[in-house]
Structure formats: C-alpha cells, structure tokens
Ligand binder design. Structure first.
Ligand SMILES: C[S@@+](CC[C@H](N)C(=O)[O-])C[C@H]1O[C@@H](n2cnc3c(N)ncnc32)[C@H](O)[C@@H]1O
Length: 295
C-alpha cells in the first residue's frame, strides 16, 4: 500500500464523477492508435531546443496570452477551458480510464499535487516549467495560505506573462521567474527547504541528462514531486507498447526515470514514493509520480 493511499482514494472519487471508458475504444477519440499502427515507416518527430521554445512561446502560450489580454478569461477555470476546449479523451487513473475534457483532468491532477504537498506542510512551493499555471493555480486554489510563498519558473516569456496576469487578476501573490532546465538553476533567488514540483515539463525535453536532478538538488528542497511522463520500463501490455512508440515518435525525454532510479541507488536521493504510469490526460502518455528528497 502506498503512503498516499488516502490521497489516491480521494482522486479515485474525483474521477468517479465521470463515465468510465474501455481503452480499446481509444481510436474513437483520436488519431494516434491508427497512425502508429498503420504507418510502419512513420518518421520520428525531430525536436530541438528552439522548436520546443517556439511551440510554447508562440503557438500554445502565445495564442492563449492574446485571448487573456483581450479579456476573454480571468479565472484559472476560464483560462483552462479556453486552452483545453471541450475535447474528451479517456484519461488514465490507476488501472481505469475516465471520459474527461482537459480542464476537468487538469483540475483533478492539480488536486493530486495539492494533497501531496499538504502532507509536507510547506512554507514555500515552487513549480519549475509551470506553463500558464494550470497546476500551480489549482494548488493555490485548494491549498491557499498567506503564510506560504508561491513561485513559478517558466521558459517562455508568454508563459511568464500569463502567470503574472492570472495572478494579478485573481489577487494572488505569485513570484514568477525565468527557468531553463538547460541552465544552472541555483543562480535564481529561491527559498531553500521548499516543496518543488514539476508536471509534464522535464519529459518535454529530450536529451536532458542526470544533471537536471543535480540542478534541482542544488536548490536544497525539502521534497520534490515529479509528475512526468516516462518511458515505460516494462512492456507487459499492448498499451505499454503503444506508449513506447508514442514517446519515441514524439521525441519526448526517455531517460528521466532511469536517472532518478540511479540517483536513488547511489544514495544521492531518497525516493519516498513512486507510482509508474498512474495518471494521464493522454492515455498514450501516462504520467508517473515520484516523490523524493535529497539525502
Ligand atoms: C506541457 S507544458 C506543462 C505546463 C505545466 N507544468 C502543466 O502541467 O500544466 C510544458 C512546459 O515546460 C516548459 N519547458 C519546455 N522546455 C523547458 C526547459 N528547457 N526549461 C524549462 N521549462 C521548459 C514549456 O515552456 C511549458 O510551459
């Protein structure tokens, strides 16, 4: 039994509000199973530092920022709903799949992070690779205290502007800073002994080596929570094979989980809990949960 069994029970209750789906029906929801099965010579997507930057700076956060400054959304719920739209996918939770749209999923995933953070009585909470704050604002909404400092690091300027705008609109004190996993993070002025979390950020960056863990350790955190899509270490099911192919095709990071395990073996970190492929909006890219501390 996991140390978070009560938290996991609460998340099960959140998901149970929604209808379950048989994962074999996945092709009814999106193109990927057919694409991966029927195109044997599908060319792998090439991702570079600048293509990742452009994807978020202009396409994703850039477009969203235009809508936010046009006054189309102010609360995090409104911004989520604009960004994710109404498309439904069977989202994974443990061994089941539930029909949710992106905003509903995002709320539940931020509840999961929030409940885990609460267990560690944080004085400061830092998210690295925060995007427009879908996770951090969810955490703040359910875990707000004037005594807690909230910090968000983000690579793109449009992401940082969204974080600032949404916090100002909603009267939330949030420190926003520039953060690039390729650079040294310890030069950023951040409080030690914080809870640091990442959500679908490290896994976006192929080729990040073990040093991403060193960079996080250098910030002297109390606890680190990573919710990242990782390359499956087992291939027991058809879904595992699909997930492997999908991650390879999209050129996502495939090494982060192995790095964490190696650091744990070398006693550089202590892993408090690990749950592989536990949750995921995209069933072909399930997210694993790792909670650890530097030793
Ligand atoms: C999928 S979004 C996740 C955003 C947010 N964490 C969430 O869960 O909603 C990935 C984020 O990682 C950021 N990112 C990409 N490359 C990065 C890098 N090298 N350093 C820091 N952040 C990066 C992107 O700008 C984007 O905001």
């Amino acid at each position: 039994m996991t140390i978070y069994h009560k938290i996991f029970d609460k998340i099960t209750t959140d998901f149970k509000e929604y209808e379950m789906e048989d994962i074999l029906n996945l092709p009814q929801y999106y193109k990927w199973p057919k694409m991966l099965l029927e195109n044997a010579d599908l060319e792998f997507h090439i991702k570079t530092q600048s293509s990742i930057y452009n994807e978020y700076e202009y396409d994703k956060w850039g477009d969203l920022y235009k809508q936010v400054i046009d006054g189309k959304a102010t609360s995090i719920e409104e911004v989520r709903s604009i960004f994710f739209g109404e498309d439904v996918l069977p989202a994974k939770w443990q061994n089941f799949y539930y029909k949710v749209n992106g905003a509903q999923y995002s709320q539940i995933q931020s509840n999961l992070i929030s409940l885990i953070i609460k267990k560690y009585q944080p004085e400061n909470i830092i998210e690295l690779g925060a995007g427009f704050g879908s996770m951090m604002f969810g955490v703040i909404n359910t875990n707000y205290s004037k005594e807690i400092g909230y910090y968000c690091g983000e690579l793109t300027s449009t992401g940082r502007k969204l974080l600032k705008n949404i916090s100002v609109f909603n009267g939330i004190e949030l420190s926003v800073f520039e953060c690039d996993f390729h650079k040294n993070l310890s030069s950023i002025d951040l409080p030690e002994n914080s809870i640091i979390f990442t959500s679908l950020a490290i896994c976006e960056v192929p080729g990040l080596g073990d040093d991403i863990i060193d960079k996080i350790i250098a910030l002297k955190p109390k606890v680190v929570i990573n919710l990242e899509a990782v390359y499956p270490t087992h291939t027991n099911t058809i879904m595992d094979l699909f997930v492997k192919k999908y991650i390879k095709y999209n050129n996502y990071n495939t090494t982060f989980q192995e790095s964490l395990k190696q650091y744990s073996k070398d006693k550089c970190i202590k892993i408090h809990s690990s749950s592989e492929s536990i949750i995921g909006r995209n069933p072909l890219r399930p997210v694993s949960l790792y909670v650890w501390s530097p030793t």
